[in-house]
Design a protein around this ligand. Structure first.
Ligand code: ADP
Ligand code: MG
Length: 300
Protein backbone atom coordinates (compact mmCIF):
# COMPACT_ATOMS: atom_id res chain seq x y z
CA UNK A 1 0.00 0.00 0.00
CA UNK A 2 1.11 3.57 -0.59
CA UNK A 3 2.23 5.62 2.43
CA UNK A 4 -0.93 7.71 2.04
CA UNK A 5 -3.19 4.65 2.05
CA UNK A 6 -1.41 3.36 5.15
CA UNK A 7 -1.84 6.72 6.85
CA UNK A 8 -5.52 6.88 6.05
CA UNK A 9 -6.13 3.32 7.26
CA UNK A 10 -4.09 3.87 10.43
CA UNK A 11 -6.15 6.98 11.20
CA UNK A 12 -9.37 5.15 10.52
CA UNK A 13 -8.28 2.30 12.77
CA UNK A 14 -7.30 4.66 15.57
CA UNK A 15 -10.69 6.33 15.48
CA UNK A 16 -12.27 2.91 15.98
CA UNK A 17 -9.96 1.91 18.81
CA UNK A 18 -7.65 -0.26 16.67
CA UNK A 19 -4.11 0.99 17.11
CA UNK A 20 -1.96 -0.13 14.16
CA UNK A 21 1.72 0.37 14.89
CA UNK A 22 3.07 0.30 11.35
CA UNK A 23 2.60 -0.36 7.68
CA UNK A 24 3.78 -3.98 7.99
CA UNK A 25 0.93 -4.98 10.29
CA UNK A 26 -1.56 -3.48 7.87
CA UNK A 27 0.06 -5.25 4.91
CA UNK A 28 0.11 -8.61 6.69
CA UNK A 29 -3.36 -8.63 8.25
CA UNK A 30 -5.20 -9.25 4.98
CA UNK A 31 -3.23 -12.47 4.41
CA UNK A 32 -4.26 -14.01 7.75
CA UNK A 33 -5.83 -17.46 7.38
CA UNK A 34 -5.69 -18.51 11.02
CA UNK A 35 -6.22 -16.60 14.25
CA UNK A 36 -4.72 -18.09 17.39
CA UNK A 37 -6.40 -16.91 20.57
CA UNK A 38 -5.02 -17.06 24.09
CA UNK A 39 -7.69 -18.17 26.57
CA UNK A 40 -7.42 -16.33 29.89
CA UNK A 41 -8.08 -12.60 29.50
CA UNK A 42 -8.47 -12.90 25.73
CA UNK A 43 -11.41 -15.22 25.06
CA UNK A 44 -12.49 -14.95 28.68
CA UNK A 45 -13.17 -11.81 30.66
CA UNK A 46 -9.93 -12.40 32.59
CA UNK A 47 -11.45 -11.78 35.99
CA UNK A 48 -11.79 -15.26 37.45
CA UNK A 49 -13.41 -15.75 40.82
CA UNK A 50 -13.42 -18.60 43.30
CA UNK A 51 -16.65 -20.59 43.10
CA UNK A 52 -15.80 -23.54 45.32
CA UNK A 53 -13.36 -24.53 48.03
CA UNK A 54 -12.36 -28.02 49.11
CA UNK A 55 -10.37 -29.04 52.18
CA UNK A 56 -8.15 -32.13 51.98
CA UNK A 57 -6.54 -31.74 55.43
CA UNK A 58 -7.34 -30.82 59.02
CA UNK A 59 -7.02 -27.15 58.13
CA UNK A 60 -9.97 -24.77 58.54
CA UNK A 61 -11.31 -22.95 55.48
CA UNK A 62 -10.11 -19.66 56.96
CA UNK A 63 -6.62 -20.99 57.46
CA UNK A 64 -6.47 -22.42 53.94
CA UNK A 65 -7.69 -19.17 52.39
CA UNK A 66 -5.20 -17.14 54.41
CA UNK A 67 -2.21 -19.31 53.49
CA UNK A 68 -3.19 -19.34 49.81
CA UNK A 69 -3.85 -15.59 49.73
CA UNK A 70 -0.53 -14.90 51.47
CA UNK A 71 1.35 -16.91 48.84
CA UNK A 72 -0.55 -15.21 45.98
CA UNK A 73 -0.52 -11.66 47.41
CA UNK A 74 2.43 -10.49 45.31
CA UNK A 75 1.42 -12.18 42.05
CA UNK A 76 -0.10 -10.30 39.11
CA UNK A 77 -1.81 -13.40 37.73
CA UNK A 78 -5.64 -13.20 37.43
CA UNK A 79 -5.94 -16.45 39.42
CA UNK A 80 -3.83 -14.90 42.20
CA UNK A 81 -6.14 -11.92 42.31
CA UNK A 82 -9.13 -14.26 42.58
CA UNK A 83 -7.59 -16.09 45.54
CA UNK A 84 -6.78 -12.84 47.38
CA UNK A 85 -10.24 -11.44 46.64
CA UNK A 86 -11.78 -14.62 47.98
CA UNK A 87 -9.88 -14.28 51.24
CA UNK A 88 -11.03 -10.68 51.62
CA UNK A 89 -14.67 -11.65 51.03
CA UNK A 90 -14.46 -14.43 53.58
CA UNK A 91 -12.93 -12.04 56.05
CA UNK A 92 -15.78 -9.54 55.56
CA UNK A 93 -18.44 -12.22 55.82
CA UNK A 94 -17.26 -13.83 59.02
CA UNK A 95 -15.45 -10.85 60.51
CA UNK A 96 -12.51 -12.98 61.49
CA UNK A 97 -10.07 -11.43 63.93
CA UNK A 98 -7.32 -11.65 61.36
CA UNK A 99 -7.09 -8.15 59.93
CA UNK A 100 -4.47 -8.78 57.30
CA UNK A 101 -3.24 -11.57 55.12
CA UNK A 102 -0.19 -13.36 56.60
CA UNK A 103 3.31 -12.43 55.48
CA UNK A 104 5.10 -14.39 52.80
CA UNK A 105 8.84 -14.84 52.41
CA UNK A 106 10.92 -16.52 49.68
CA UNK A 107 8.11 -15.67 47.27
CA UNK A 108 8.63 -16.97 43.73
CA UNK A 109 6.58 -16.85 40.55
CA UNK A 110 6.61 -19.93 38.31
CA UNK A 111 5.12 -18.82 34.97
CA UNK A 112 2.39 -21.12 33.70
CA UNK A 113 2.53 -23.16 36.92
CA UNK A 114 1.87 -21.15 40.09
CA UNK A 115 3.62 -19.49 43.01
CA UNK A 116 5.70 -20.69 45.94
CA UNK A 117 6.68 -19.14 49.25
CA UNK A 118 7.02 -19.57 52.94
CA UNK A 119 4.06 -18.60 55.17
CA UNK A 120 4.23 -18.86 58.99
CA UNK A 121 7.22 -21.17 58.61
CA UNK A 122 5.38 -23.49 56.24
CA UNK A 123 6.36 -24.21 52.65
CA UNK A 124 3.40 -23.28 50.44
CA UNK A 125 2.76 -24.05 46.77
CA UNK A 126 -0.29 -22.67 44.96
CA UNK A 127 -0.80 -23.74 41.38
CA UNK A 128 -1.70 -26.54 39.02
CA UNK A 129 -1.11 -30.28 39.22
CA UNK A 130 2.06 -30.21 37.12
CA UNK A 131 3.47 -27.64 39.54
CA UNK A 132 2.86 -29.51 42.80
CA UNK A 133 3.94 -32.78 41.24
CA UNK A 134 7.25 -31.21 40.29
CA UNK A 135 7.76 -30.82 44.05
CA UNK A 136 6.85 -34.48 44.65
CA UNK A 137 3.50 -33.66 46.22
CA UNK A 138 1.11 -36.61 45.91
CA UNK A 139 -2.20 -35.84 44.18
CA UNK A 140 -4.64 -38.38 45.64
CA UNK A 141 -7.61 -39.87 43.75
CA UNK A 142 -9.86 -37.75 45.98
CA UNK A 143 -8.12 -34.59 44.78
CA UNK A 144 -8.17 -35.87 41.17
CA UNK A 145 -11.96 -36.32 41.41
CA UNK A 146 -12.45 -32.75 42.56
CA UNK A 147 -10.19 -31.50 39.75
CA UNK A 148 -12.05 -33.50 37.11
CA UNK A 149 -15.45 -32.29 38.28
CA UNK A 150 -14.25 -28.68 38.23
CA UNK A 151 -12.60 -28.90 34.84
CA UNK A 152 -15.63 -30.43 33.16
CA UNK A 153 -17.53 -27.33 34.30
CA UNK A 154 -14.90 -25.19 32.50
CA UNK A 155 -13.40 -24.20 35.85
CA UNK A 156 -9.69 -24.13 36.65
CA UNK A 157 -8.62 -25.99 39.75
CA UNK A 158 -6.02 -24.36 41.98
CA UNK A 159 -4.17 -26.69 44.34
CA UNK A 160 -2.73 -25.57 47.68
CA UNK A 161 0.12 -27.68 49.02
CA UNK A 162 1.44 -27.03 52.53
CA UNK A 163 4.65 -28.73 53.67
CA UNK A 164 4.48 -31.27 50.86
CA UNK A 165 0.80 -32.28 51.19
CA UNK A 166 -2.34 -31.06 49.41
CA UNK A 167 -4.15 -29.04 52.09
CA UNK A 168 -7.03 -27.91 49.91
CA UNK A 169 -8.10 -26.60 46.53
CA UNK A 170 -10.16 -23.90 44.88
CA UNK A 171 -12.14 -23.95 41.67
CA UNK A 172 -12.10 -20.67 39.79
CA UNK A 173 -14.35 -19.69 36.94
CA UNK A 174 -13.69 -17.07 34.30
CA UNK A 175 -16.67 -16.38 32.02
CA UNK A 176 -16.16 -16.09 28.26
CA UNK A 177 -16.52 -12.65 26.68
CA UNK A 178 -20.05 -12.06 25.42
CA UNK A 179 -18.90 -11.37 21.84
CA UNK A 180 -16.47 -14.31 21.58
CA UNK A 181 -18.73 -16.89 19.94
CA UNK A 182 -20.02 -14.47 17.32
CA UNK A 183 -16.54 -13.29 16.41
CA UNK A 184 -15.33 -16.88 15.90
CA UNK A 185 -18.28 -17.64 13.64
CA UNK A 186 -17.81 -14.37 11.74
CA UNK A 187 -14.13 -15.20 11.15
CA UNK A 188 -15.22 -18.59 9.83
CA UNK A 189 -17.48 -16.81 7.33
CA UNK A 190 -14.38 -14.89 6.20
CA UNK A 191 -12.61 -18.28 5.66
CA UNK A 192 -10.40 -17.68 8.70
CA UNK A 193 -10.05 -20.51 11.21
CA UNK A 194 -9.75 -19.93 14.95
CA UNK A 195 -7.56 -21.87 17.35
CA UNK A 196 -7.01 -21.66 21.11
CA UNK A 197 -3.64 -21.87 22.81
CA UNK A 198 -3.38 -21.78 26.59
CA UNK A 199 -1.24 -22.64 29.56
CA UNK A 200 -4.32 -24.02 31.30
CA UNK A 201 -5.14 -27.76 31.39
CA UNK A 202 -6.77 -29.70 28.54
CA UNK A 203 -10.15 -30.35 30.17
CA UNK A 204 -10.82 -26.72 31.12
CA UNK A 205 -9.46 -25.43 27.81
CA UNK A 206 -11.63 -27.83 25.80
CA UNK A 207 -14.74 -26.87 27.78
CA UNK A 208 -14.14 -23.15 27.15
CA UNK A 209 -13.36 -23.78 23.46
CA UNK A 210 -16.67 -25.58 23.08
CA UNK A 211 -18.49 -22.57 24.59
CA UNK A 212 -17.09 -20.21 21.94
CA UNK A 213 -17.14 -22.62 18.98
CA UNK A 214 -13.42 -23.24 18.62
CA UNK A 215 -12.56 -26.75 17.42
CA UNK A 216 -8.78 -26.85 17.72
CA UNK A 217 -7.09 -26.42 21.08
CA UNK A 218 -3.49 -26.50 22.27
CA UNK A 219 -3.43 -26.65 26.09
CA UNK A 220 -0.70 -26.87 28.75
CA UNK A 221 1.52 -24.75 26.53
CA UNK A 222 4.22 -22.54 28.04
CA UNK A 223 5.14 -19.09 26.60
CA UNK A 224 7.80 -20.44 24.21
CA UNK A 225 5.50 -23.29 23.25
CA UNK A 226 2.90 -20.74 22.16
CA UNK A 227 5.46 -19.13 19.85
CA UNK A 228 6.45 -22.60 18.54
CA UNK A 229 2.83 -23.29 17.57
CA UNK A 230 2.75 -20.07 15.55
CA UNK A 231 5.93 -21.07 13.72
CA UNK A 232 4.51 -24.52 12.90
CA UNK A 233 1.64 -22.89 11.04
CA UNK A 234 3.93 -20.44 9.30
CA UNK A 235 6.18 -23.28 8.11
CA UNK A 236 3.12 -24.70 6.34
CA UNK A 237 2.72 -21.35 4.60
CA UNK A 238 -0.20 -20.15 6.70
CA UNK A 239 -0.23 -16.50 7.76
CA UNK A 240 -1.15 -16.31 11.42
CA UNK A 241 -2.51 -13.66 13.74
CA UNK A 242 -2.03 -14.10 17.48
CA UNK A 243 -4.39 -12.43 19.95
CA UNK A 244 -3.24 -12.26 23.57
CA UNK A 245 -3.08 -10.20 26.72
CA UNK A 246 -0.39 -11.66 28.97
CA UNK A 247 3.35 -11.61 29.51
CA UNK A 248 3.11 -15.29 28.59
CA UNK A 249 1.81 -14.34 25.13
CA UNK A 250 4.64 -11.94 24.27
CA UNK A 251 6.88 -14.43 22.37
CA UNK A 252 3.88 -15.60 20.30
CA UNK A 253 2.77 -12.02 19.60
CA UNK A 254 6.26 -11.30 18.24
CA UNK A 255 6.41 -14.54 16.20
CA UNK A 256 3.01 -14.07 14.55
CA UNK A 257 2.57 -12.36 11.17
CA UNK A 258 0.25 -10.04 13.05
CA UNK A 259 0.33 -9.79 16.86
CA UNK A 260 -2.79 -8.27 18.40
CA UNK A 261 -2.81 -7.28 22.07
CA UNK A 262 -5.90 -6.81 24.19
CA UNK A 263 -5.90 -3.18 25.38
CA UNK A 264 -6.62 -4.17 28.97
CA UNK A 265 -3.67 -6.58 28.84
CA UNK A 266 -0.19 -6.29 30.30
CA UNK A 267 2.29 -3.66 29.07
CA UNK A 268 4.60 -6.43 27.89
CA UNK A 269 1.92 -7.82 25.55
CA UNK A 270 1.01 -4.34 24.29
CA UNK A 271 4.64 -3.61 23.47
CA UNK A 272 5.16 -6.95 21.74
CA UNK A 273 2.10 -6.55 19.51
CA UNK A 274 1.72 -4.91 16.07
CA UNK A 275 -1.89 -3.95 16.70
CA UNK A 276 -3.55 -2.99 20.00
CA UNK A 277 -7.28 -3.54 20.45
CA UNK A 278 -7.88 -0.55 22.71
CA UNK A 279 -11.47 -1.48 23.61
CA UNK A 280 -10.47 -5.05 24.52
CA UNK A 281 -13.37 -6.17 22.34
CA UNK A 282 -12.77 -9.23 20.15
CA UNK A 283 -14.92 -7.76 17.39
CA UNK A 284 -11.94 -5.54 16.64
CA UNK A 285 -9.96 -8.58 15.44
CA UNK A 286 -12.39 -8.51 12.52
CA UNK A 287 -12.19 -4.69 12.28
CA UNK A 288 -8.40 -4.90 11.92
CA UNK A 289 -8.41 -7.64 9.25
CA UNK A 290 -11.23 -5.92 7.41
CA UNK A 291 -9.40 -2.61 7.38
CA UNK A 292 -6.32 -4.31 5.92
CA UNK A 293 -8.35 -6.15 3.28
CA UNK A 294 -10.05 -2.93 2.19
CA UNK A 295 -6.84 -0.88 2.17
CA UNK A 296 -4.97 -3.40 0.05
CA UNK A 297 -7.76 -4.06 -2.43
CA UNK A 298 -8.26 -0.32 -3.00
CA UNK A 299 -4.75 0.19 -4.35
CA UNK A 300 -4.77 -2.91 -6.52
P1 ADP B 1 -3.12 -18.78 30.15
O1 ADP B 1 -2.33 -19.25 28.96
O2 ADP B 1 -4.47 -19.41 30.16
O3 ADP B 1 -3.21 -17.27 30.23
P2 ADP B 1 -0.96 -19.16 32.17
O4 ADP B 1 0.12 -19.62 31.24
O5 ADP B 1 -0.79 -17.82 32.78
O6 ADP B 1 -2.42 -19.32 31.50
O7 ADP B 1 -1.06 -20.22 33.36
C1 ADP B 1 -1.30 -21.58 33.09
C2 ADP B 1 -1.80 -22.27 34.33
O8 ADP B 1 -0.81 -22.19 35.37
C3 ADP B 1 -3.03 -21.65 34.94
O9 ADP B 1 -4.20 -22.11 34.32
C4 ADP B 1 -2.91 -22.12 36.38
O10 ADP B 1 -3.35 -23.44 36.49
C5 ADP B 1 -1.43 -22.08 36.63
N1 ADP B 1 -1.01 -20.80 37.26
C6 ADP B 1 -0.22 -19.86 36.72
N2 ADP B 1 -0.02 -18.85 37.59
C7 ADP B 1 -0.72 -19.15 38.71
C8 ADP B 1 -0.91 -18.51 39.98
N3 ADP B 1 -0.36 -17.33 40.28
N4 ADP B 1 -1.69 -19.14 40.89
C9 ADP B 1 -2.25 -20.33 40.61
N5 ADP B 1 -2.11 -20.98 39.45
C10 ADP B 1 -1.34 -20.42 38.51
MG1 MG C 1 -3.97 -14.57 28.99
Amino acid sequence: ATPTAVMVATGKGASQGVLIKGGNALENAHKVKTVIFDKTGTLTVGKPHVVSTMIFSSMSIEELCDIAAAAEANSEHPIAKAVVEHYKKLHEKYGSNRENISEVSDFEVHPGLGVSGSVSGKVVLVGNKKFVQAYNVLVSPEVEDYMMESEQLARTCVLVAVDGMIAGAFAVTDPVKPEAEQVISFLRSMSISSIMVTGDNWATATAIAREVGIERVFAETDPLGKAEKIKEFQMKGVAVAMVGDGINDAPALVAADVGMAIGAGTDVAIEAADIVLIKSNLEDVVTAIDLSRKTLSRIR
